[in-house]
Design a protein around this ligand. Sequence first.
Ligand code: GLA
Length: 387
Amino acid sequence: MSPEQRAANAFRDRFGTDPAVVVQAPGRVNLIGEHTDYNDGFVLPIAIDRRTVIAARPRTDTTIVVASETFPDACFDLLTMTRESGWEEYVKGVAWAMKADTLPGWDGVIVSTVPIGASLSSSAALEIATALVFSTLAHRRWDPVEAAQTAQRGESEWVGVTSGIMDQLISACGRTGQALLIDCRDLTRTPIPLPDGTRVAVLDTGTRRRLTESNYNTRRRECKEAASAFSVASLRDLTPAAFADMPPGLPATIGRRAVHVVEENQRAIAAAQAMRSGGAAELGDLMYQSHVSLRDNYEVSSVALDAMVEAAMASPGCLGARMTGAGFGGCAVALIKRSYVGQFSRAVTDRYQGATGHEPRVYLCDAAGGASVVAVAPTGPAVRADD
Ligand code: GLA
């Protein structure tokens, strides 16, 4: 059964009527361009066919009641909500960023097929699905880029997790069958087809990231320090030529962070070019180079991620592999030859398990479209009674 059907059925069981609206927002995997988004750089993610679905019906008051398969039910009022801890803070954060006192309340059921904490952006998928529910029930125009910016603001200012714009943007704007080369400075998005004869495999190490947030914030700070040492607004503005003349006194670690970001931006652009010309092997090489740099220069990989990438690289049909997302655990991504899917999956599983003792999971992913309204009841959604 699709997650949309599961959500609609669960809604009927829980609330005794059909939902007025069912929306979905996908998770993502980034092919290349890692830790570049908050440096105004380039990323090349795909939205994946694993998604968060919300079935909802408007209420006549300002209460939000959300049930989920995974977490305990949540209930709060849009006019009096306060910051607490729990998964519903993502829902509140979006409401807050969309101006909670202008929004209608709703009853909802959430179903998600995005693994949690696996670097596949389960939180961005929840945020974008939430934004789409509010927007639909309030009869607002859906602008996916604006929704991504709003969700990012909610996450950073309400939830207190500072991220770049990549995850929300690809969840809102993804294209079926295509990756998006996103310029994170002006948010322009160029669709790039995946090379013929290839598949994207997400390789879950079965380990979950630890201390990601503090390490992530440290890397952001280090990038700022590097940009200011090189007197540029952000590392996006540096070229490799700048490294011929490192600023005096620049700590070696900070220099390595800058090298990663500058070269990773170049790799993301080169990867998009390779994809346009069907250069699957070249894309694979760039992905592995990206991993090496994330491991050695940016230092955000982990023993499990390194083992997974090496297991993938040694398996039949693999064109390239790398860690994906923030790092420190979670998933790697591999580009594989389509005709080797079965052999690759078996070999990578055996090798990784043999090397680490962890049980991996292999998800073969297609590039999916961005967030969408899947179904609306014939009467259409209502706005809040006092609107
Ligand atoms: C996390 C953040 C993104 C991005 C990646 C690293 O997924 O949410 O904005 O910075 O890490 O590329």
